[in-house]
Design a protein around this ligand. Structure first.
Ligand code: 6PG
Length: 470
C-alpha cells in the first residue's frame, strides 16, 4: 500500500511553506495544498524529496494523501477564508479527523467552528503560532486549544517542530475550545504594550538625551545582555543599526511614524473591557497606533501649540533610569496580560495554567524575554496568584525600579515628551497598590444624580441618600 503523509497543511504562503518544511525536517512526512500552482511547485522544489514533502492544488488529492486521523493545519488569513477552506474540505473528511487553524482567528469564531465541526465528528483546534516566518521554519511557539484527547494525535508533531527553551518544547495543550486563540490574542496585546514602551523610551532617549542612532543601538544591545533581554529589545537594537538603501541616512529615520495593526491588540483591549479586566498599558498601546494614524492632524496641531524644549539631562543617568523604568513597565505589562488570562480562564472555563503559558512563551515568540522564566516560576510556585504584583518574588523587582518610572514620567510630562505606556503602567501600579481610591466619591456622585445606591465601609447593605435635601 502506498504510504500516506503524516501531516497536511493548507495555505502555502511564507508561513505555511516554512511550517511544513519544519515538519518535514523533524522526521514527519507532510503534504501541502494551495490553489496557487506556483506555491505548490515552490514547496515541492524546496522540499527536495516528494516522499517527505509534497503538495497539490487539488483538495481531493490532498485529503486522500493523508493518513487518518488526518491532521490538517490551515495557515490562511483569519476570517471568511478559514470558513471557506473548512467547507471545501468537510465532505472529504472522516470522523475523528483534526483541523487546526494556525492563524490569528478571533476566539469566538473558533468557538463557533469548534461546535459546528464537533457535530460532524471533526476535531477543531484554534492554535496560535508566534515567531514570524523564521519561527515557522526553525521552531515557533505554538498555543493550541481544543479537545484534549485529540491533542494526543498532534502532540508529537507540535513538540518536534516547536521552539525549545533549555530543551523543553514551546508548546503545550492549553485548554478546551478557543483557549489557544485567546492566549495568542493576549500574547499579541502584551506584544503591543512592549512595543509601545520600547518606542517611547527611544523617543525620550533621542529627544531628551540626544542619543544618536549608534548610541541607541549600543544602549539597546547593552540592555539586551541584562534583565531586559528579549526579542523586542534585541530587534530594536538591530533596527538602529540598519542603514537606508535609498539614502545616506539610517533606515529608522526614513520610516513614516504611523503604525498599522491587524486587530489582535484591539481585540485584547475590547475583550478586557467586556470582562471588566483592567489592561491600561495595552489599551494605550492600541490608542497610540490610532493617534499615530492622525499624522496630518498632528502636523496641524503641532503648529498651534508651543512645546517645552527638553531640559539638558545627564546622558548616562538617563540611560540608567530608562533601563530601570523599562524593566518596571515590562513587568507591569506582563502582569496585566496574565491577569486578563487568569480572569478570562474563569469566565470561559478554559482552565488555563498560567505557568505553562509563560513557559511556552520563553522561546521564539515575539514577546519572549528573560523575564518569562521568572514569571513561569512565580506561577509555578503560586498557581492561584491573582496578579504578578502580588508575587513575593516580584515585589523587590518592582519596588527597586518604580522610582525610575516616577522620575521619567514626571520628566516627560514637564518636557512635553509623551510616555503614555510608562505612565499608564505607573498609574496602574499606584492604583492597584492603593488600599483606598477615590471611587467612594464616584459612588456618592452616582447615588446623588441617579439613586444608584452605595455600599459603606462600616456596615453591610445598600444605601441611598437624599443628597439634594442636604
Ligand atoms: C506573532 C505576531 C503576529 C502578528 C504580527 C502583526 O506572534 O508572530 O503576533 O501574529 O500578526 O505581530 O500584528 P499587528 O499587525 O496587529 O501589529
Amino acid at each position: 500500500m502506498e504510504s500516506k503523509y503524516d501531516f497536511g497543511l493548507v495555505g502555502l504562503g511564507v508561513m505555511g511553506r516554512n511550517f511544513i518544511l519544519n515538519v518535514a525536517d523533524n522526521g514527519f512526512t507532510a503534504f501541502g495544498n494551495d490553489l496557487d500552482e506556483a506555491k505548490v511547485k515552490a514547496l515541492i522544489e524546496e522540499g527536495g524529496d516528494v516522499n517527505k514533502v509534497s503538495a497539490s492544488t487539488d483538495a481531493k488529492e490532498f485529503v486522500e494523501a493523508l493518513s487518518t486521523p488526518r491532521k490538517i493545519m490551515l495557515l490562511v488569513p483569519a476570517g471568511k477564508i478559514v470558513d471557506a477552506v473548512i467547507e471545501n474540505l468537510l465532505p472529504m473528511l472522516d470522523k475523528g479527523d483534526i483541523i487546526i487553524d494556525g492563524g490569528n482567528s478571533f476566539f469566538t469564531d473558533t468557538d463557533r467552528r469548534e461546535i459546528y465541526l464537533k457535530e460532524k465528528g471533526i476535531n477543531f483546534f484554534g492554535s496560535g503560532v508566534s515567531g514570524g516566518a523564521k519561527g515557522a521554519r526553525r521552531g515557533p511557539s505554538i498555543m493550541p486549544g481544543g479537545s484534549k484527547e485529540a491533542y494526543q494525535h498532534i502532540k508529537p508533531i507540535f513538540e518536534a517542530v516547536s521552539a525549545k527553551y533549555e530543551g523543553e518544547p514551546c508548546v503545550t495543550y492549553l485548554g478546551p475550545k478557543s483557549a489557544g486563540n485567546y492566549v495568542k490574542m493576549v500574547h499579541n496585546g502584551i506584544e503591543y504594550g512592549l512595543m509601545q514602551l520600547t518606542s517611547e523610551i527611544y523617543d525620550l532617549l533621542k529627544k531628551a538625551g540626544g542619543l544618536s542612532n549608534e548610541e541607541l543601538h549600543q544602549t539597546y544591545s547593552e540592555w539586551n545582555k541584562g534583565r531586559l533581554q528579549s526579542f523586542l529589545v534585541q530587534i530594536t537594537s538591530e533596527i538602529f543599526d540598519q542603514k537606508d538603501d535609498l539614502t545616506d541616512g539610517d533606515l529608522v529615520d526614513a520610516i513614516l511614524d504611523k503604525a498599522k495593526q491587524k486587530g489582535t491588540g484591539k481585540w485584547t483591549s475590547q475583550n478586557a473591557m467586556d470582562l471588566g479586566i483592567p489592561v491600561p498599558t495595552i489599551d494605550i498601546a492600541v490608542s497610540m497606533r490610532e493617534i499615530s494614524a492622525l499624522k496630518d492632524e498632528r502636523i496641524e496641531a503641532d503648529k498651534l501649540y508651543d512645546r517645552p524644549t527638553p531640559k539638558a539631562i545627564d546622558k548616562a543617568q538617563l540611560i540608567a533610569t530608562s533601563e530601570q523604568a523599562l524593566y518596571f513597565a515590562f513587568i507591569l505589562t506582563y502582569a496585566q496580560g496574565m491577569a486578563q488570562l487568569s480572569d478570562a480562564s474563569k469566565e470561559y472555563a478554559y482552565e488555563l495554567d498560567l505557568a505553562d503559558i509563560a513557559k511556552i512563551w520563553r522561546a521564539c515568540c515575539i514577546i519572549r524575554a528573560k523575564l518569562l522564566a521568572d514569571i513561569t516560576k512565580a506561577y509555578r510556585d503560586e498557581p492561584a496568584l491573582k496578579n504578578l504584583l502580588l508575587s513575593k518574588a516580584f515585589v523587590p523587582k518592582v519596588q527597586s525600579t518604580v522610582d525610575a518610572a516616577r522620575s521619567l514620567v514626571a520628566f516627560g510630562a514637564i518636557n512635553g515628551i509623551p510616555l503614555p505606556g510608562l505612565s499608564n503602567a505607573l498609574n496602574y501600579f499606584d492604583a492597584y497598590t492603593s488600599q483606598r481610591l477615590p471611587l467612594n466619591l464616584i459612588q456618592a456622585q452616582r447615588d446623588y444624580f441617579g439613586s444608584h445606591t452605595y455600599e459603606r465601609l462600616d456596615r453591610e447593605g445598600k444605601f441611598h441618600t437624599e443628597w439634594e435635601a442636604s
